[in-house]
Design a binder for this molecule. Structure first.
Ligand SMILES: NC(=O)c1ccc[n+]([C@@H]2O[C@H](COP(=O)([O-])OP(=O)(O)OC[C@H]3O[C@@H](n4cnc5c(N)ncnc54)[C@H](OP(=O)(O)O)[C@@H]3O)[C@@H](O)[C@H]2O)c1
Length: 329
């Protein structure tokens, strides 16, 4: 067996975290499961935390982050492109920032015709999570006739793709952002209104506000989620997937018992395989986003350091594609 390049996060004896490209032995990936040659990965919020050695994400050192990977089966490249998102990739197991990953067979989803491995990774976990969130709102009975949908953390990866998907499906979308200077970007994606950051407008004692939204996709969590719940109208629904602003929020039961609002939990990590296949097929066909170039930034693994800093400082927009080895097999 040979060696491979990987972006390795390690901790020295004094507890200092280091990260950078290194050559590793393929045997370190273990022997069970299927070996995938990685062409592309992506940078998600969770990956940024992993690069910083966050103990909640990194189970042991040395570690290779990357919760997303797309590429080819090392033993059977002719079988076509495949992708893996979530499960334990880039957390329990070494992830997509290595030339290879080795994963259980049932984590592997074929990249559907209509989507390239590169496009699949511009979407990545963020795009899949946005699709899960939109699907949850549709299943809760929302349709474009019901009114506006609010998307929080709008300039982020999940937020940007959620706006594009909702606009494509005919919804009127309002974007809540801390970056008013990005109004033109958000309008290009399909937002018809910029709603401010919500947390700034916080009135903690008030149990309900005037109903403004038919539904919402909240990628921010914390007190922003509490405020969103107060603004959703009768029979509305909120898909909650993120925690960029925190994990706890204070609220009351009033949105639920006076307005019948539903809070829909979104999990992309352990999401069943059948749901993955259904939504990836949609992202490749009727939900296919024609212009991913407007949200993508491209880095190779040497460019990960500054990209991680920018993401954690919240100063970045859209998605970051990580090119591992973009060559065809
Ligand atoms: N449930 C799941 O399965 C799942 C899957 C993927 C991601 N997530 C979570 O979803 C969230 C978004 O992920 P992402 O990949 O889209 O991250 P991202 O690209 O970093 O976007 C997060 C966005 O949230 C806003 N934000 C960041 N920090 C904030 C703060 N302190 N207060 C208020 N707003 C803040 C910013 O948007 P503005 O500047 O426009 O406000 C930022 O662009 C993360 O918490 C991530 O862990 C969950």
């Amino acid at each position: 067996m040979g060696t491979f390049d990987a972006y390795v996060v390690d901790q020295d004896a004094r507890g200092v975290i280091t990260a950078g490209l290194a050559r590793r032995d393929l045997r370190e990936l273990g022997s069970s499961g299927t070996l995938i040659r990685v062409q592309y990965s992506s940078l998600n919020y969770k990956d940024a935390l992993a690069v910083r050695g966050e103990p909640g994400i990194v189970k042991r050192f040395p570690h290779v982050p990357g919760i997303d990977a797309a590429g080819f089966l090392a033993d059977d490249p002719a079988a076509g492109p495949v992708l893996v998102t979530g499960y334990g990739l880039g957390t329990e197991l070494w992830g997509g920032y290595g030339d290879y990953v080795r994963v259980p067979d049932d984590w592997i989803v074929p990249v559907p015709a209509g989507l390239s491995p590169r496009e699949a990774m511009v979407l990545g976990t963020a795009g899949f999570t946005a699709a899960l969130s939109v699907d949850a709102l549709l299943q809760a009975g929302l349709d474009p006739g019901r009114g506006e949908i609010l998307v929080t953390g709008a300039t982020g990866g999940v937020g940007s793709i959620a706006i594009m998907l909702l606009a494509k499906l005919g919804f009127t979308v309002a974007a809540a952002t801390r970056k008013p200077a990005e109004e033109a970007y958000l309008r290009r994606l399909g937002a018809s209104r910029i709603a401010g950051a919500l947390a700034d407008a916080k009135v903690p004692d008030k149990a309900l506000h005037k109903a403004r939204w038919a539904g919402a996709i909240d990628t921010v969590g914390g007190e922003v989620l509490a405020e969103v719940l107060k603004e959703v109208g009768y029979g509305g629904a909120v898909a909650t997937c993120g925690m960029a602003a925190g994990t706890r929020f204070q609220g009351s039961v009033f949105p639920f018992i006076l307005r019948g609002v539903r809070l829909l939990g979104i999990d992309s990590v352990q999401c069943p395989r059948a749901v993955r296949e259904r939504l990836w097929a949609r992202l490749a066909a009727s939900w296919k986003l024609p212009d991913l170039a407007q949200i993508e930034r491209v880095v190779d693994r040497r460019g990960l350091g500054p990209a991680v800093t920018a993401l954690l400082q919240g100063g970045r927009t859209g998605r970051t594609l990580v090119v591992v080895d973009g060559r065809e097999p």
